[in-house]
Design a protein around this ligand. Sequence first.
Ligand code: FO1
Length: 308
Amino acid sequence: MITVLAGGVGAARMLAGLRQVVDPSSITAIVNVGDDVDLHGLHVSPDLDTCTYTLAGAINPETGWGLVGETWHAMEALERYGGLTWFRLGDRDLATHLYRTQRRAEGAPLSTVTAEITRAWGLSERLLPVTDDRVRTVVTLTDGTRLPFQDYFVRLRHDVPITGVEVEGAASARPAPGVLEALATATTVVVAPSNPIVSIGPLFEVPGVRDALVARRDRTVAVSPIIGGAALKGPADRMLRELGHDVSVVGVARLYAPLASVLVIDEVDAALADAVAAAGVRPVVAPTVMRTPDVAAALGRTVLEVWS
Ligand code: FO1
């Protein structure tokens, strides 16, 4: 059993690499839902959908989110009314949100609906939202304004400095069924190369999850999302800097040292391996830029072989 702590694009690629080297039914992903957003009365769950569509081979390869070959008729029609279109939902993607929203209105927990959606896409992996309760990531800007995550990320294109990140609702949330067991029983726990602040961080805010992970530190391997002092995609590098962290694999090692005993760093960061070790995490140097399925598979193999 392999358990992967997952956010969006980086995690989805990591999962796609792992499924090439182990039986997909042995993989459980615990997925961030702090990015979830209610739009047009619909529950949109970007990280769950990015993981689902990627594993189904249906992801839009250009954006890393949404469906390949998508059409946008609903958004075009909405523009006529001056409706909210800065967060773009493709026509087929909308069906996922319609289904999720309807099932939740009928009383089905998010974890149940997620299992239904992944089954419909033919996945053997288990994707678990970290919680069935409502949690929402909120960022604070330098002027004190608090913004829902997608307003910061998409509407403002994460082009504004932040001073803090909180996960509303997390303190009273409970881990979804199976989450703590997946952490306790995994032979390897993988922290995917997702944004440590807004993709992985919110997972630890759900009571019990951080402790369950700390208890498995000896079997937990993280993959650095920072390569050569920068994030491949998104604002992880700027967020780390703005929140006072070192923007390097050493900064990532310090963040994850309480939870992970191994950190996979890219070859370009090989010279920092000793500094990573000094931060208390064993470094493993490997290619981590998952540009092709082969590199993702090799990275999957690397994380599974760190104990051998
Ligand atoms: N990201 C964008 O930059 N612009 C969008 O319009 C957008 C729409 C969208 C719709 C569905 C979905 O699942 C993801 C979408 N994303 C969009 C990506 C999303 O904001 C990010 O994947 C994350 O939440 C960060 O992991």
